[in-house]
Design a binder for this molecule. Sequence first.
Ligand SMILES: Nc1ncnc2c1ncn2[C@@H]1O[C@H](COP(=O)(O)OP(=O)(O)O)[C@@H](O)[C@H]1O
Ligand SMILES: [Mg+2]
Length: 246
Amino acid sequence: MSDSPILATRGLVKRFGGVTAVDGVDLVITAGEIRCLIGPNGAGKSTLFKCLTHQHQPTSGHVLFEGRDLQGLAPNRIARLGIAIKNQIPSIYANLDVRENIRLAALRRKLPKRELDRVVELALEEIGFDDGRAKQLAVTLSHAHRQWCELGMLLASDPRLALLDEPTAGMTRDEMLKTVDIIKRLNARATVIVVEHDLEFIARLAQRVTVLHRGKVLLEDTMDKIEANETVRDIYLGRRKEAIHA
Ligand SMILES: Nc1ncnc2c1ncn2[C@@H]1O[C@H](COP(=O)(O)OP(=O)(O)O)[C@@H](O)[C@H]1O
Ligand SMILES: [Mg+2]
């Protein structure tokens, strides 16, 4: 894939009253990469994601997607341009089954029916759901299966850029490993930015890691370098995982 940036932010700021959640972030994401975004709770990771999709309007600064300034665009317009987000809280229709949820996500592509069917079945295959699982109502899914259902919806919607907010939170190690595989499939077709705490997950996926701290980019490098950085250790990696999640 090309080295051109698919996404760039310039001086992005988001304030909630007196709280500056995102504080002048300049981010450049290359088309095709998987970027991991880490940082302690409250660092502004989720807010940054929501500023990219205009679930939150940035207070100031710019977001450029494929060179185009997104300023003033409504969230559904941004979704149509090809930015998809999986928020920390799952957004699936509880009383539809998995296949129906995935079909709804694929509808935005306006495909002929036969092609739509193919895309839905492919997404089910990519998340490893058999027909029985595909017929299960979303409300009855386990935590991990709900996350995978959402990833299936993302796969079927065929985004250019996928933003994943803590996709493995609350998963066992085996479930995390399966999620790594699904995200690799997603990355074969889309650029991915993922917020994560799990170091093994990050090491298996990300090429570059961006550390966010108090709304600012503290550091950007490979995971090896990040892990060796003393400031990062102090604010983040040195603490016990429980403390980070607290
Ligand atoms: N809707 C909101 N209203 C007010 N403050 C918010 C809102 N969302 C987030 N914040 C605040 O912004 C800061 C960053 O939060 P968040 O982006 O959720 O961090 P992270 O995802 O890195 O844990 C926190 O201080 C949080 O309390
Ligand atoms: Mg968050």
